[in-house]
Design a protein around this ligand. Structure first.
Ligand code: PLP
Length: 362
């Protein structure tokens, strides 16, 4: 951020709609305003941050920052590969799974199209559109799952098909049988990305075991969500070696810092962390969804740390009204213009969200 004046930042945020929604792009004056600090339920982050063990490990990593952290990168790969039962050359570390995803779009689309569900995580479509690549958006089906048959039918030879399970922003699931059918039917030279950023919160089986039998499958994982390390930038791509090599050509060995890698390792080695955080997230999410539903508000069937609510009016105005109540919720997807996305916070944050929601919407 050095050398970027606040005026320029605000100018930039006006020019780029997505940047305008990033909290670091907001004028610092807003953060300094008197009153309670805003409840941040807008980026699907963990309200708890890195676990205690991860934080201790991260502190330990600071002293090592004078060296490139390749040994820790390999250690993280080794531990993850062992836990997941894949080969070490089938795992690669990236500075966040978003980077792996962007690299996949660069590597496998261009002349060939990208197929995405709608609504879903926008990064792949935005990356493709920025380079003039054709994007096919396929609406979720009535169960809010990916319509895999429509995704297969829309282009007989796409470069990349993107699946997000559980899906961001809805939190909804696509049955494993549907994903397997898509993998069976997709052209062998079309790459299928299954983004499992939120899989830890769900009961679904991972697609990672399928990389052994599908040379065109890439599965993405992140430490940003359940593990609470969004700011530490660690993500993983899992797939057969030629696919990973194609991704790596775009950011050649630019790996996360040693504290981040140590935090990721400590998170993987904490045997009860996933179950603990998954259960708490489920309780708080379902309690809020139940209260909203009982009051007549339709919510998505989420198995993630976010869900959507149909506010039955232009949702942008509700996002702004909630912000006025010091509650920040997620952005609005143009294809679902009356729905807001709410990330699951801690208990006090969910109470503040509910109070503000009912004050704003009655
Ligand atoms: N994939 C999905 C579905 C996401 O929602 C996000 C972040 O919100 C990412 C990937 C990016 O995660 P990371 O922080 O690992 O780059």
């Amino acid at each position: 951020m050095e050398g970027l004046s606040r005026r320029r930042l605000v100018g930039l945020s006006a020019a780029l709609p997505l940047l305008g929604q990033l909290s670091w792009a907001a004028p610092a004056a807003a953060a300094a305003a008197p009153g309670p600090s805003p409840v941040r339920l807008n980026y699907n982050e963990s309200p708890f941050g890195p676990s205690a063990a991860a934080q201790a490990a991260m502190h330990q990593g600071v002293a090592g920052c004078g060296r490139y952290p390749y040994p820790l990168q390999y250690q993280l790969i080794e531990v993850f590969a062992r836990q997941q039962g894949v080969d070490e050359d089938q795992v690669q570390v990236f500075c966040g799974s978003k980077l792996a995803l962007q690299n996949a779009v660069h590597a496998f689309t261009g002349p060939r199209s990208l197929v995405v569900p709608e609504p879903s995580y926008e990064t792949p479509a935005q990356t493709a559109q920025a380079r003039g690549t054709k994007v096919h958006s396929v609406p979720l089906n009535a169960q809010q799952a990916h319509d895999v048959d429509a995704m297969l039918a829309i282009d007989p030879k796409p470069g990349l098909i993107y699946l997000c399970n559980p899906n961001n922003p809805t939190g909804s699931m696509t049955p494993t049988a549907d994903i397997e059918r898509l993998l069976r039917k997709a052209p062998a030279d079309s790459v299928v990305v299954v983004d499992e950023a939120y899989i830890h919160f769900s009961d679904a089986p991972s697609c990672i075991p399928l990389v052994k039998t599908h040379a065109n499958l890439l599965v993405l994982r992140t430490f940003s969500k359940l593990y609470g390390m969004a700011g530490a930038r660690v993500g993983l791509a899992v797939g057969q070696a030629p696919l990973l090599e194609a991704l790596e050509t775009f950011d050649g060995y630019n790996v996360a810092a040693e504290p981040s890698l140590r935090g990721a390792l400590a998170s993987l080695e904490d045997a009860s962390l996933v179950a603990r955080r998954k259960q708490g997230n489920q309780q708080r999410r379902d309690a809020t969804v139940t209260r909203l539903s009982r009051a007549g508000w339709r919510c998505t069937a989420s198995q993630a740390n976010c869900f959507m609510v149909d506010v039955r009016r232009p949702a942008e105005a509700i996002v702004a009204a909630l912000k006025g109540q010091q509650v920040l919720v997620g952005r609005v997807w143009p294809s679902w213009p009356t729905w807001i996305r709410v990330s699951v916070g801690d208990e006090a944050q969910m109470r503040r969200f509910e109070d503000a929601f009912f004050r704003v919407l009655g």
